[in-house]
Ligand binder design. Structure first.
Ligand SMILES: *[C@@H]1O[C@H](CO)[C@@H](O)[C@H](O)[C@H]1NC(C)=O
Ligand SMILES: *[C@@H]1O[C@H](CO)[C@@H](O)[C@H](O)[C@H]1NC(C)=O
Ligand SMILES: *[C@@H]1O[C@H](CO)[C@@H](O)[C@H](O)[C@H]1NC(C)=O
Length: 190
């Protein structure tokens, strides 16, 4: 078996993959964001923070989701949190560029999407103005991911010197997506 492996390229690739991967491979940014992939709602599965204070704040959220519009280019996204038995919504204007986006209002924060082997997941890395990573989030179309997929995120967080990920409880209530535009129209007519 090994002799066969040694002479085939496929096996060489398989062998090299079984060795621990370097951080630049594990936590590699995506080459180019695909807006069609981002469009829609994503549920927060886990988050990894740089500091304890942030982690405490993070833990007060019972669930969270993000929503990207289907229009291209994407110029905004919204977040919904279930916190203290009520829903909170935030809408941000963003500028998408390369493998991530920047916030139009929060000028010091940049977001980079990392490569992940999980097909229906996205990993977001938040950096400050000096490119130091502050936090990382694993989102999915599912409420929870497989153990192997969580292991990959844990390795990514470790590479960026984050605390071990905090996994969200998939049984907690999710907030519905708030349709901001409709609400503004209603208010305008009142
Ligand atoms: C949660 O909500 C209750 C009632 O609205 C409020 O009294 C309390 O201060 C809130 N707790 C936090 C941590 O925001
Ligand atoms: C986001 O952009 C829209 C349209 O350009 C604008 O009306 C809105 O005020 C902006 N939101 C914020 C929070 O600046
Ligand atoms: C952005 O970061 C720089 C350098 O760390 C800091 O001086 C500035 O106050 C920050 N700006 C905002 C809006 O946070």
């Amino acid at each position: 078996m090994f002799a066969v492996c040694a002479i085939t390229l496929l096996c060489l690739v398989a062998l090299s993959h079984s060795a621990p991967l370097a951080c630049e491979d594990v936590a590699r940014p995506v080459d180019q964001l695909d807006p069609r992939f981002l469009a829609g709602s994503w549920v927060l599965v886990a988050g990894a923070m740089k500091d304890q204070a942030h982690e405490e704040k993070f833990k007060t959220r019972e669930s969270a989701s993000v929503h990207f519009p289907s229009e291209t280019p994407i110029t905004s996204f919204s977040r919904s949190f279930y916190l203290n038995e009520s829903c909170q919504h935030m809408e941000s204007n963003i500028t998408v560029e390369g493998s991530g986006f920047s916030f139009d209002q929060l000028t010091n924060i940049t977001v980079t999407f990392l490569h992940t082997s999980c097909q229906d997941c996205m990993v977001m890395r938040f950096d400050d103005g000096t490119k130091k990573t502050l936090r990382m989030y694993l989102f999915s179309k599912r409420r929870a991911v497989e153990e192997k997929e969580m292991e990959e995120f844990t390795a990514q967080a470790k590479c960026m010197n984050m605390l071990p990920p905090v996994v969200m409880d998939p049984t907690k209530e999710l907030c519905p997506e708030k349709v901001v535009r409709e609400e503004e129209e209603t208010t305008g007519q009142a």
